[in-house]
Design a protein around this ligand. Structure first.
Ligand SMILES: NC(=O)c1ccc[n+]([C@@H]2O[C@H](COP(=O)([O-])OP(=O)(O)OC[C@H]3O[C@@H](n4cnc5c(N)ncnc54)[C@H](O)[C@@H]3O)[C@@H](O)[C@H]2O)c1
Length: 333
């Protein structure tokens, strides 16, 4: 059955969604809404057959729109997502799902009441490299994940309504949900606005997970270089995931520390074994997001990154925001 998608927001990310949905057989982007005339002109230039709207309510009301994709600033996700769900549409919302936990929970409640699919675009969960890391977790190759350390920094893009934490650390929270599969127990965050004024442009989060795993996440909009590196330490093996590396995105190290209870701490053995780089599916992660949403709409399956994952990640961000504004106090979740 053909699926007709309506897209709200054609700024930086919206065009990528339009392109990826447009490439799926049996799916067409029939309508785009954006408040800005120049962005509607950009749609007309790239997708001449698409109906254009200034007011998203008109797009949501269209009978020839089956599913709505929300790619507007975070502060608008709730209002637009809610209107689309209430109009009986299946909905994909950009990360993070909403600006508060209460809003995110309400979206989940309404989606359940209306029997609609609600999915959040936690893009990296659909990246080939992350799928490969999940395989390494599932097969026991890495062992139990004990530690996760991520550096996600670049210059910009400053968001108008959320801090860098809501913009970038959300990716790590989603990866931790998908890879470690444990509840978040604690969060501490520090950070600041080091250039200009307003929302924090640098943040450091420390997260404690059930079972003892710990994560550290460093995000910034004011770095001279773009870095996307994550170290994941299991109790059997360790890996480095560099998303910007063209060929060897993942390097798995057969390294570890051998603890012997009968020997003093200074006499630990270090295991330095081989390093290998597994082959990774190089398809665009967003193509996977769009394909998964279409599959969930057509089969009425529960999305891998659905309402519950969206709510939990927003709750973690909310707690981190509180900690950041209270000198890094530990928050129990
Ligand atoms: N998944 C990812 O990796 C990824 C990457 C970038 C951005 N995003 C997400 O995409 C969303 C949009 O980010 P962006 O960087 O494209 O922002 P942007 O500011 O570049 O674009 C937003 C667009 O939405 C339009 N808009 C705003 N409010 C509207 C409304 N009420 N009705 C209709 N149009 C409206 C604006 O005119 C603008 O063209 C955010 O939630 C962001 O977190 C996700």
């Amino acid at each position: 059955m053909a699926l007709r998608v309506g897209l709200i927001g054609f700024g930086y990310w919206g065009p990528n969604l339009a392109r990826n949905f447009g490439e799926i057989r049996g799916v067409s982007v029939t309508a785009v809404a954006d408040r800005r005339a120049d962005r509607r002109e950009a749609v007309a230039a790239r997708h001449p057959a698409v109906r254009l709207f200034e007011d998203p309510a008109e797009l949501i009301a269209r009978p020839d729109v089956d599913a709505v994709v929300v790619a507007t600033p975070v502060s608008t996700h709730y209002e637009l997502g809610l209107a689309a769900l209430k109009a009986g549409k299946d909905v994909l919302i950009e990360k993070p799902l909403a600006a508060t936990g209460a809003e995110a929970e309400m979206l989940v409640e309404v989606a359940a009441r209306e029997g609609r699919v609600l999915m959040v675009d936690h893009t990296y969960v659909y990246a080939g490299a992350v799928r490969k890391i999940a395989d390494l977790v599932d097969t026991g190759e890495l062992g139990e994940i004990r530690y996760y350390d991520s550096l996600r920094i670049n210059l910009g893009l400053f968001q108008s309504d959320v801090s860098v934490m809501w913009d970038l650390a959300i990716h790590d929270i989603a990866l931790l949900q998908y890879l470690v599969r444990r509840r978040f127990l604690t969060v501490q965050a520090t950070g600041g606005c080091h250039l200009g004024e307003g929302l924090e442009s640098v943040a450091h989060l420390t997260l404690g997970l059930d079972g003892g795993a710990q994560a550290h996440v460093n995000v910034s909009w004011i770095s001279p270089v773009k870095i996307r590196q994550t170290i994941i330490v299991g109790d059997r093996k360790m890996l480095l995931y560099d998303d910007l590396e063209p060929d060897e995105k993942i390097k798995v190290y057969d390294r570890g520390v051998v603890f012997d209870e009968d020997r003093p701490a200074l006499l630990r053995d270090y295991r330095i074994g081989d390093m290998w780089s597994p082959r990774v599916d190089r398809r665009e992660a967003l193509a996977g997001v769009c394909a998964h949403f279409v599959q969930c709409v057509q089969t009425r399956a529960r999305p891998l990154t659905g309402g519950p994952e969206g709510v939990e990640s927003v709750r973690v961000l909310e707690a981190a925001q509180w900690s950041l504004r209270h000198a890094g106090q530990l928050v129990k979740l």
